[in-house]
Design a protein around this ligand. Structure first.
Ligand code: ARG
Length: 563
């Protein structure tokens, strides 16, 4: 229910449209300032009256308005206190419907989301958690708003590292060992290559030759290349399944091999290519950026060249409304350059390309790096989280059924949530103890609240369907009002989280909702009441339960039935 709409329509100010009033009205930052607030400064000129006087005059607008408890003028603001218990019936009926929070506003529009985009034959390490979790959540959020969404895993499957891997494999590789050991085994020989290359430049030269063979389509080179790719993909698929992550396209860098030449020609035709020491660049000095290097002196193309081709391909194939790139902020410059080149080429859709940047993850126990081989694999973080969750369940609820499945949901959920909990641009320090603290602002806390609401609902049995008139005065207290207000705000939160590409808004909301519910739960008798009072409280419980489950699913997280 759009309470703000109802309130703003009660206010009439000469010369100001209802829509303007609606746009100016905000939700209050703290409860002593009411629930909604209208700043009156803008009207002072038109009305030739001091802002606070205007606010005072507007107080009477709500005379006889059932949902307004009181209105106050404070320092030029009109603060409005709403009594949600008066409209609780309607809000709760809405919130308990299966499609609550869904919308069709995105119908007919396509959003491409490039996320996870792992590198083949390299570890799927904790640094890729952010892009995977944020991208996947945005995917679900936009789908929920009716958009057509294309999830793209822009695989890092091109580059000289494949030449290095072939050389390393021929020297020290063992087919069986690699088939068994997977990416970790590949990583081992890759790291060894880097170590030995330092004293043996011939190795580097060999690697270059092998990569050239891949480019020329040499049979054995391609076979090995595809083998490395298959090994990596089979392994990451298992992780994606655990994380509830899906893609519609795995077109990675190699897919664009034959799509760069036409684009380079077009750049040339438009006079944008410059030669610099034999390399082809787009000069971006005028825009305060280093040049965008597209072709090296030896003819090799680059990451940026393939991204340019990919941007065109996506526009042509999906005719996107927005094209998002969920990539760490280390690549800020890369995307600024990329979008600028598109703009210079005259693509008016360059403005629809968005770099959704996110911060770094470090581990509380120490940091990580790929080259030196001391990487933190995402799989092992997930396994450790699940193991720890298992231990906690054994201690807290030893009688629960299917502990392993419950521990998997709690452990994996905690890791996903850690990447979605804070504004995405922030760097985070990951600690297992912190994310698995059942009493903190964590995923287990949310899941625990789901289990609590499940249990209330199941204990109530069929009462929730009773066909009697509920007595909504049972919700006439602060904890209930706060909770209903939050419940009513869910659809706005989803829209906001999607529009700002910020799943953390949803995460924070869910924590607020769970906290508000738990307060409500401790302050109100739910089950041992007479049915007319019990019903509204059951409705509140049911609405909370549905929103928590739905919200978690939009973050890619499952909640166990019991905990
Ligand atoms: N594979 C790259 C990396 O791990 C990320 C690719 C992001 N997507 C893109 N279109 N550039 O750093």
């Amino acid at each position: 229910m759009d309470i703000k709409r109802i309130l703003s329509e009660k206010i009439a100010i000469e010369g100001i449209s209802p829509d303007e009033i609606y746009a100016l009205m905000t939700t209050s930052a703290s409860s002593d300032l009411g629930d909604y607030s209208l700043p009156c400064f803008r009207f002072a000129k038109v009305l030739k009256t001091a802002p606070n006087k205007i606010a005072e005059n507007l107080v009477a607008s709500f005379d006889g308005c059932e949902i307004v408890k009181k209105a106050e003028a404070v320092n030029g603001y009109l603060n409005i206190f709403v009594d949600t218990s008066k409209i609780a019936g309607e809000i709760l009926a809405d919130a308990r419907r299966a499609d609550y929070g869904k919308s069709d506003e995105g119908n007919g529009k396509t959003i491409c989301i490039d996320y996870s985009s792992i590198n083949i034959a390299k570890p799927f390490h904790i640094g890729h958690l952010g892009t995977t979790a944020i991208g996947s959540s945005l995917y679900k959020l936009f789908k929920n708003l009716g958009y057509e969404v294309v999830g793209i895993n822009h695989l890092g499957d091109w580059g000289t590292q494949f030449g290095k891997l072939i050389v390393a494999y021929d020297l020290w590789g063992d087919k069986e060992k690699i088939e068994k050991g997977g990416v970790e085994a590949l990583q081992e020989i890759y790291v060894r290559f880097h170590r030995e290359e330092e004293n043996n430049p011939a190795l580097t030269e060999d690697a270059r030759k092998w990569f050239a063979k891949i480019e020329q389509g040499d049979k054995r080179a391609l076979e090995l290349f595809h083998w490395f790719k298959d090994i990596t993909l089979a392994e990451v698929q298992k992780i994606y399944d655990r994380l509830n992550v899906k893609f519609d396209s795995y077109n990675g860098e190699s897919f664009y091999n034959d799509k760069m030449a036409p684009m380079l020609e077009e750049l040339d035709r438009k006079g944008l290519i410059k030669e610099s020491d034999g390399a082809k660049i787009v000069d971006l000095q005028e825009y305060g950026m280093p040049p965008c290097l597209l072709v090296k002196a030896d003819g090799a193309t680059l990451y940026a060249t393939r991204d340019l081709a990919a941007a065109f391909y996506r526009k042509k194939t999906y005719d996107f409304y927005k094209s998002l790139y969920v990539v760490a902020y280390q690549q800020n410059l890369h995307f600024k350059q990329l979008f600028k080149v598109l703009e210079l080429m005259g693509c008016d859709w360059a403005k629809d390309c968005v770099h959704v940047a996110y911060g770094m993850v470090s581990l509380a126990e120490g940091s990580m790096s790929t080259r030196k081989g001391n990487v933190v694999w995402l799989k092992s973080v997930l396994d450790k989280a699940v193991e720890k969750a298992y231990g906690i369940i054994e201690e807290k609820s030893p009688d629960i059924e299917d502990k392993q499945a419950v521990a998997e949901k709690i452990g994996v959920g905690a890791v996903i949530f850690s990447a979605l909990q804070n504004a995405r641009i922030k760097d985070i320090t990951f600690s297992l103890d912190k994310v698995l603290n059942f009493d903190g602002e964590t995923c287990p806390y949310l899941q625990y609240t789901v289990a609590r609401t499940n249990s209330v609902i199941s204990k109530a049995g069929n009462s929730i369907n009773a066909r009697i008139m509920p007595d909504y005065s049972a919700l006439d207290n602060d904890e209930s009002r706060e909770l209903i207000k939050l419940i009513n705000g869910y659809p706005d939160i989803i829209r906001d989280a999607a529009e700002k590409y910020e799943p953390s808004l949803l995460s924070k909301y869910l924590i607020d909702l769970a906290q508000a519910y738990n307060k409500f739960y401790f302050e109100n008798r739910i089950l041992d009441e007479d049915l007319t009072k019990m019903l509204p409280r059951l409705y509140v419980t049911d609405a909370t339960n549905k929103i928590l489950k739905n919200g978690l699913s939009l973050l890619g997280i499952d909640a166990p039935e019991k905990m």
